[in-house]
Design a protein around this ligand. Sequence first.
Ligand code: AHG
Ligand code: MN
Ligand code: MN
Length: 341
Amino acid sequence: MPKNFMTLQRHIYEGEKRHPEATGELSSLLSDLSLAAKVISLEVNKAGLVDILGFTGDKNVHGEKVKKLDVFAHEIMIKALDHGGHFCVMASEEEEDIIHIPENHEIGKYVLLFDPLDGSSNIDVNISIGTIFSIYRRVTPDGEPGTLEDCLQPGMNQVAAGYIVYGSSTILVYTTGEGVHGFTLDPAFGEFLLSHENIKVPAKARIYSLNEGNYKYWLPGLKKYIKYIQDADNRGRDPYSSRYIGSMVADIHRNLIYGGIFIYPADKRNPSGKLRLMYECNPMAFIVEQAGGRAIDGKRRILEIQPESLHQRVPIYIGSPEAVDTVEKFLRIEDEISSLS
Ligand code: AHG
Ligand code: MN
Ligand code: MN
């Protein structure tokens, strides 16, 4: 019998009660979202048992191979969330255009952007994967179908964001701008229970996470920074540990708890990096900032970037505040040197 009966629903509801103007709508849509998370979690856990492994044969809008579980998660998110009357429009990493609310459904005042399955290259090998979501209030008039303009808002306009890690257990982490809270799914009775209240990222990092296979494409500032954190210095600082899962959700979740920096940089091959502003970087930046961390694209705060397109990519340096401050200095110095030459 659990000692703690603070379910996700109760936590969200109690948070809303502190705001007399709240309508309860955010509670209701986050609870729809948690239902989608439970269904995806169940399917992820069965992945080795049913015919869900392998490719569908299609490519997604980024030209990458789509796996069946990506499609499944994408469809579950839409099915669980398009009929509650909360959203006016949605967008998914797996679909090129915005997703309209079906005609016979009520149109709401919120906008949902999501990465249904993050870390898809890890699906077939039983390694942690996740789902990421980001919620905005619409900017176009109420009652009408939402538009691209509702989706293309800077990250600082988010009203809620979260992720679900499907790991050794399933954990949902969310923020509505009042701290970051984590809930673990109890598989016996299918409820998310509060397990990580008010998560704060350690100020100093112990871990760095990036794909070092891309070393030869890195710019000089990043090469110097990674060398710097690998070197123990005579002030008694140990070198950082390297940990890289290849699922952004799982890498950032670990770094949030232990202290760390996650980097998907701009490099010579991909000046805009790889990760998507709207589905990955903005929600993660909102969560990490709420936990006391920082998230930048090298120069700018991620949350202040004005998006230009739905699937736009940005470089990202995110995590413990002191680590992000340091990498920012290395990148700036390098910029200054190159502007002199
Ligand atoms: P997705 O599965 O949604 O396409 O995201 C994969 C992303 C991210 O989760 C991860 O951090 C990164 O791709 C890994 O990329 P590399 O394989 O280039 O390291
Ligand atoms: Mn992803
Ligand atoms: Mn994905």
